[in-house]
Design a protein around this ligand. Structure first.
Ligand code: GLY
Length: 348
């Protein structure tokens, strides 16, 4: 059954997230009579060319290496050449890279156009496209330039996930498991009861998992859209995940999040916040979904990568520590302390 969740925006209006078989409703979400320009990529064009043929489209390159200011400049140039003005509506149709870049282009072109998203990957449906973080990478740093600006709507159609490669689907599940760990024990337990093939093949189960993950995110973004406090919890596993992604190209984002979640769970268990049994459950759920739980990168290299992330405060970083399944807390540590915790507690 289709569900619509609403996420509160800074101005008090609501960003709608529609989940289920919702792609047929697209026209209803677009403002009547508006000129719509779509930002998308080659994969989406290949699978959904028919649907997109009724719109003007701007295609961007595939992959994280295209999440750049150059891609943004390409979109601005195309909008300018097409005579797009402030009444033009931008639709980002794709995975997290497309929605991050399209959201930033829409937020900045002529000081801001209205925009919405169709999220075509599981990772985009449960995390990237929801909550208004958009932007591009800069000088090797992820999401260094961007804005907080939520779309009018996000359509999360489970049918679109049928064409998603299995590896990307699994990586999306890692972000759902992360949401369960942060604030929804029952969501986490779905992964103890069902195997990968059920999530891949059972639309009702998958829809329930997506709805619950989006609800976790919505509840947090409602109270802290600009990440001054609680929203940091959504980064559980990400401090080490980004270090993994900086150190090796072996893993896609969701896989790195699975590894990062195991690392932080080990630290939490070492600190006595997580029982050894709950720590084992986290690792075992990720293994059950055939997600990686270790990077193979040595700890010194990972800690070096973590330290070199310029976005962090000068000498400390917020760690998001699981405090049981479905609960977590934020604690600031110096790099020296993180090094000691990692050395002492992370299982290799
Ligand atoms: N992906 C984490 C957040 O949106 O805050």
């Amino acid at each position: 059954m289709n569900q619509i969740l609403e996420v509160r925006r800074g101005d008090g209006s609501m960003s709608k997230v529609a989940i289920g078989n919702v792609i047929g409703e697209l026209e209803k979400f677009l403002p009547e009579g508006a000129r719509v320009i779509v930002v998308t990529d080659r994969n989406v064009m290949r699978y959904y060319g028919d649907l997109l043929s009724r719109y003007e489209c701007i295609e961007i390159g595939l992959g994280e290496e295209h999440k750049t200011l150059d891609t943004l400049a390409h979109i601005y140039a195309r909008l300018l050449a097409a005579g797009a003005d402030r009444k033009t509506y931008l639709l980002g149709f794709g995975g997290g890279i497309v929605t991050d870049v399209a959201g930033f282009a829409a937020s900045t072109y002529m000081r801001g156009l209205q925009f919405g998203f169709v999220a075509s990957t599981l990772l985009a449906q449960v995390d990237a496209s929801v909550g208004g973080k958009n932007g591009v990478n800069f000088e090797g740093y992820k999401n260094m330039v961007g804005t907080f600006n939520q779309p009018d709507f996000v359509l999360c159609d489970t049918a679109l996930l049928k064409t998603l490669p299995e590896r990307e689907f699994r990586a999306g599940l890692a972000e759902i498991i992360k949401a369960g760990l942060i604030a929804d024990q029952e969501l986490f337990e779905l992964f103890e009861r069902h195997d990968f093939d059920r999530f891949r093949g059972d639309e009702a189960l998958l829809t329930e998992a997506i709805v619950r993950a989006v609800r976790v995110k919505k509840t947090i973004v409602d109270r802290d859209e600009k990440e001054t406090g609680d929203r940091k919890k959504l980064n559980l596993g990400h401090t080490f995940a980004h270090a993994v992604e900086k150190s090796t190209r072996d893993f896609i984002h969701g896989e790195a999040v699975a590894i990062g979640a195991c690392m932080i769970a080990d630290i939490s268990a070492g600190l006595g916040l997580l029982t050894p049994e709950d720590n084992r459950r986290i690792r075992s759920v990720l293994e059950r979904m055939e997600l990686p739980t270790a990077s193979g990168v040595g700890l010194p290299a990972l800690l070096e990568a973590l330290k070199s992330d310029k976005k962090k405060d000068a000498d400390s970083v917020d760690l998001i520590l699981p405090n049981g399944i479905g609960d977590c807390l934020i604690r600031k540590y110096s790099f020296d302390e993180i090094e000691r915790l990692a050395d002492t507690y992370i299982q290799h």
